[in-house]
Design a binder for this molecule. Structure first.
Ligand SMILES: [Ca+2]
Length: 160
């Protein structure tokens, strides 16, 4: 074969290979992973209530270092052996892997003669996703799981 024919042949091979590469790059876009629209925080109070005027503050921490808080009980009484659910809206485009921890902070109200204590027997954190499904992120149970007190035990953290 003459050199010029070899060059033409080689050029053809190279073009075919390049065409193959560009074709394989034309795959359809992968399906966007579902985003978290909101969290459902379900808390079961055990044998010692969360008194009216006391506060359970919920804070979600993100891996990028930011965090956001809401009052879980809004100053209301959570009676002995009651279960309460609170919805927490997430920022737009919150990815499942972006959550780092959830923390409950207890502050005893000052209304009674003595400070309040609160037994938390269970916490369950469920993500509501943009594709309509739910994802349980954490579920912790104990009897109690944690006993919050006025001065000593004031926070409990769930790491994801
Ligand atoms: Ca109490």
């Amino acid at each position: 074969m003459k050199t010029i024919q070899k060059m033409i042949l080689m050029t053809g091979v190279v073009l075919l290979v390049l065409a193959g590469i560009s074709m394989s790059g034309c795959k359809p876009d992968p399906i966007e992973p579902a985003k978290i629209l909101s969290l459902d925080i379900t808390l079961r109070t055990g044998g010692d209530d969360l008194r009216q005027g006391s506060e359970a503050l919920g804070t979600i921490g993100f891996k990028n270092g930011s965090n956001t808080s809401i009052s879980l009980n809004n100053g209301a009484n959570w009676g002995n052996n009651s279960t309460n659910s609170v919805s927490m809206t997430m920022p737009p485009n919150t990815e499942v892997g972006s959550l780092n921890w959830f923390k409950v902070n207890f502050t005893s109200g000052s209304g009674g003669f003595t400070g309040d204590n609160w037994n938390l027997d269970q916490i369950k954190i469920t993500a509501r996703l943009s594709d309509g499904s739910n994802l349980i992120l954490a579920e912790r149970t104990g009897s109690p799981l944690v006993r919050f007190t006025q001065n000593e035990v004031r926070e409990y953290t769930v790491s994801f």
